[in-house]
Ligand binder design. Sequence first.
Ligand SMILES: [Zn+2]
Length: 136
Amino acid sequence: MYIMSQQEEIINKIAQDKIDFDPGLQLLLEDPEYNFRRLFTTLTNYIFNAIPEKTHYNTETYQNAIKTIPLKPTYTPIVLLKRFPTRISFYRLAELPENEYKKIITSLLWIFKITDTERRNTECKNGCGHFWHELK
Ligand SMILES: [Zn+2]
């Protein structure tokens, strides 16, 4: 069986409201093993997995998620997410400089929380085999 890393467990607990968003985000960013690239890749995979529409990865829930990211809408990552189709905006995020990293992680964590919550309330509602949806 796949064993989640501590980081993955924190991400899923944040999505499932078992850890509040802001303290959860701090836990991820202050982890001594924090690595932007790895966290970025994990969150990107989680988001794409959580969005049911696999052609453009664009749904009402996704749009609602990017509109409600708890950061100033003028920040570059938010502007990119709103301006470009999902996959293209994620490529653009990956190219941003280090002073944007925290804003990118905040944005992606938020998008995952919203899209995963939608998935748990719909597709997963009557039971699913996703072990990460069975956290205590
Ligand atoms: Zn599930």
